[in-house]
Design a binder for this molecule. Structure first.
Ligand SMILES: *Cc1c(COP(=O)(O)O)cnc(C)c1O
Length: 820
């Protein structure tokens, strides 16, 4: 048997499961997500319980061909021919199985942990050592309690070096990861001071991380970071580096910038050695020093190490979704290409519903550790199972294996230039195109050709961060409480179908938009889940029904109009929602009107009331808690009355984002999550790590000018220079959503990390900032807001709220969605 094939009987024994085995199948693929199953053959599905019980997905996995399951409880319905291994804890079983797998191989393993830089250091160590080893490593940043087992499962008899990163957020987690990775060499990356929810003190957190090195004979770490932990370091030998302490094994004493490279000199074994790093930012420099130390520690010569470090290439774990030419969407993943990251990128392609047609542009894959034949056979099978409609292969190897690819439409080219010369022949229109290539193919040229050019102010949206926020709020809900995501106003300015796709894929229960048009846009982009429309206009009822959108009825007038409409069209049981005004005094039936509403409802079979809701006016504010209590009470009374006269139960909901945070007793059957998805919650302090900001707004400098004291800048000569200095003109103005209120020093932007206030009035398409203190030049990036410089701060500067800042960003600002 191949090294990662196991018979199901064997698995049962390893994980100590109960349950009867019907067929002694062979398994080789571990599955944890029913949405991502390509082929059920040889798959073993672990029904992990998150908020949604993994057991609900068993049927889906079964339909995809899976016949072997690890579960906590047997399924309610009979699934013929399926084996169910019953265990006390499904995650533990996954970990036990992979721990067993790891034990069978005697390869060298490097284990990496720290607060920042784990993935970069892992990928760089891979780049640096791939020439001499057959390396197995985590795909992307799969470093969690689930990600690590799935990564380690890839070890096979050909692997001779493992490089695995481990990430933790709670006490007790590292011990489990250590047992699965079992590293013999440890690497500790940067330890941040970030506030960690799961730990009482920083010391506790560091001690937990150090547990990864329990059995290491060698640990590479920054001397300075562990000064206070000398007695806690478990490894027998340490190789230390430092920029401050001479006693470190690698003492970096000089750092200079030479032609866009970072030049480092250090003391090592009594000699002076050097290296050149092709990056300038401090995080990259630190990560590169860690790699430098690691290579030296494991025996590479200083000369060889220097030679390899010089050729490091940036690691982009990002999959970017951009607007393409000819109504295409483009997923840009042009930095790396290996089998597992291809699989992940294809899943992302599959999440996109906005176009029917799905296209993949792929380059040859290097350093897979497999024979070409076997590799491209696997690649062809994967692409077929992911239902790619059109395939463009670039490179000699793909060209010579073209017959493997059973895809309706396919093209092959020897190199990138040939593809670029043939773009018209291939033709791209209304399709989603995934561009995935090894670094040397320079696929960014392909991406440039296919992505729509717009002006250079960009809003970036981090889909992982959004998922994190979604999961955070889900974790606050009682079991069974549904979640409606508010994607009105272009998803609070962050996009249309891109976010909705992500929410649909992650199985939120409902979406809500403000107007019928927004709902139609989502349907046209392939969103099939239920959508509630807050303000359904009478003139658009036809469209509303055609696109299966569910209106909110909030007044007798609208109720009457809609009833007449459905009666006229012989529609029965149309799903609608009722809104009760419990104190916002905006839309909704008044509590006093509920009785009359009941009378109307009793005689009516044309409508099916799906849900009843109300909206809190001040859920975030403690000083209004009494009022909020009152709203909740009124809501309870009204819904009880309505359910009684309807004779059936409906979904009841009243909480918005801050309500979820502060009023957990009022979750009823569903909550409506809005701005929290974007990482903002007035009831949670901005520095709380539970939420992550998802948007970055950035622009660039079009010109830099010298000015002298007394010069005036911009319209109306409002900006008067108090001293000699320099100003930069940047490509953002009030038409982009950078409001005039930010003018004259109120607004602040960031250039190369340094704060630069605005000078003079904000113009329509541009504005000026004071860059006297910054080394700024044309083309430099300018940050308006991001993770560090928060939207909340901008809002405070001009006396507004984050909602307004976000929704003001105009449509001409290009949105780029990325996924790490
Ligand atoms: C916008 C909106 C929400 C979401 O509010 P957040 O404060 O952004 O969470 C909830 N309910 C209704 C009716 C809304 O209009």
């Amino acid at each position: 048997m191949l090294s990662n094939q196991y018979s199901i009987t064997e698995v049962k024994q390893i994980i100590g499961a109960e349950g009867e085995i019907i067929n002694d199948d062979i398994i080789s693929v571990l599955l944890t997500d029913s949405r991502k199953i390509n082929t059920g053959a040889e798959g073993l599905f672990f029904a992990l319980s998150g908020r949604r019980n993994g057991h609900e997905f068993i049927a889906e996995a079964f339909a995809a061909g899976v016949r072997n399951f690890v579960v906590k409880e047997g399924p309610e319905i009979k699934l013929p021919g399926a084996n169910f291994l019953i265990v006390y804890d499904v995650l533990t079983a996954l970990q036990t199985l992979t721990r067993h797998h790891r034990e069978r191989f005697n390869l060298q393993v490097i284990g990496i942990t720290g607060s920042n830089g784990k993935t970069i250091v892992k990928e760089w160590l891979y780049q640096l050592m791939a020439a001499d080893n057959n390396i197995v490593r985590n795909p992307k940043s799969y470093n969690s309690q689930i990600g690590v087992p799935l990564s380690v499962w890839q070890i096979n008899e050909k692997s001779d070096l493992g490089i695995f990163e481990a990430g933790i957020s709670l006490p007790g987690e590292m011990e489990k990861l250590e047992a699965i990775i079992k590293p013999g060499i440890g690497v500790l990356t940067h330890l941040g001071t970030a506030h960690d929810e799961g730990f009482e003190t920083t010391r506790d957190k560091v001690l937990e991380k150090l547990k990864l090195f329990r059995r290491c004979s060698l640990l590479i770490h920054n001397y300075d970071q562990l000064v206070d932990y000398q007695n806690d370091i478990p490894a027998t030998t340490c190789f230390t580096w430092s920029r401050n302490f001479k006693q470190a094994d690698l003492f970096v004493f000089s750092e200079t910038i030479i032609k866009k490279n970072y030049y480092l000199r250090a003391q090592y074994k009594g000699h002076e050695i050097e290296c050149l790093i092709p990056f300038l930012d401090q995080a990259s420099v630190e990560n590169a020093i860690i790699c430098w130390a690691t290579l030296l520690a494991i025996g590479y010569s200083p000369e060889e190490t220097d030679k390899r470090l010089e050729r490091l290439s940036p690691v982009s774990m990002r999959l970017e979704l951009k607007t393409g030419v000819n109504d295409c969407s483009v997923i840009d993943d042009t930095y790396n290409s290996d089998f597992h990251s291809l699989e992940i990128a294809l899943d992302f392609l599959n999440q996109q519903n906005q176009h029917k047609k799905k296209t993949l542009i792929l380059s040859d894959i290097y350093q897979s550790g497999l024979q070409e034949d076997a590799l491209y056979k696997q690649v062809a099978d994967l692409i077929k199972s992911k239902k790619v409609d059109k395939f463009i292969g670039v490179g000699e190897a793909l060209l010579s294996h073209r017959d493997y690819f059973d895809i309706p439409e396919k093209y092959f080219y020897t190199d990138t230039t040939e593809l670029l010369n043939n773009l018209l022949t291939v033709g791209f229109k209304s399709e989603t195109v995934l561009i995935k290539g090894s670094r040397s193919f320079e696929f960014e040229r392909v991406s440039r050709a296919l992505v729509q050019k717009t002006h250079e102010t960009v809003m970036e949206i981090n889909l992982n961060a959004m998922l994190n926020n979604l999961n955070y709020y889900k974790s606050q809900l009682r079991p069974g409480v549904k979640l409606m995501a508010m994607v009105k106003a272009f998803s609070y300015g962050s996009g249309t179908f891109e976010l909705a796709n992500m929410l649909q894929y992650n199985k939120v229960d409902y979406l809500a938009v403000a107007y019928t048009d927004e709902g139609i846009g989502l349907r046209q982009a392939g969103i099939s889940m239920p959508i509630m429309v807050l303000n359904a206009e009478q003139s658009a009822f036809d469209k509303l029904v055609e696109y299966k959108l569910e209106p909110v009825l909030y007044s007798f007038g609208l109720f009457d109009d809609f009833i007449k409409y459905v009666q006229r069209n012989d529609i029965v049981n149309y799903p609608v929602h009722l809104k009760i005004d419990t104190g916002m005094r905006r839309l909704g039936f008044e509590p006093l009107e509920v009785e009359m509403l009941c009378d109307l409802l009793e005689e009516n079979k044309f409508l099916r009331i799906v849900s009843i809701y109300s909206h809190l006016a001040a859920s975030e504010a403690a000083e209004h808690d009494e009022f909020t209590h009152g709203q909740i009470d009124k809501f309870k009374t009204a819904t009880a009355q309505l359910e009684e006269c309807l004779g059936y139960n409906v979904i009841k909901h009243i909480l918005n984002t801050s309500g979820i945070t502060r009023w957990s007793s009022a979750q009823f059957d569903m909550v409506r999550l809005g701005i929290g998805l974007y990482g903002i919650d007035a009831a949670i302090p901005a520095d709380n790590a539970a939420l992550q900001p998802i948007t970055t707004l950035k622009t660039s400098i079009s010109q830099v000018k010298k000015v002298v004291a007394g010069d005036t800048v911009g319209y109306g000569r409002k900006g008067v220079m108090q001293r000699d200095g320099r100003i930069a003109t940047v490509r953002i103005g009030y038409a982009d959503g950078y409001l005039r209120a930010f003018g004259n020093g109120v607004g602040k932007m960031y250039v190369n990390g340094i704060v630069t206030p605005t000078v003079g009035n904000i113009a329509m398409d541009m504005c000026m900032i004071d860059v006297t203190e910054v080394d700024a030049k044309e083309g430099d990036e300018v940050i308006v807001f991001n993770e560090q410089h928060r939207i909340e701060d901008l809002a405070t500067q001009i006396g507004t709220i984050p909602y307004e800042i976000l929704t003001n960003i105009s449509q001409r600002v290009k949105r780029v969605y990325f996924y790490e």
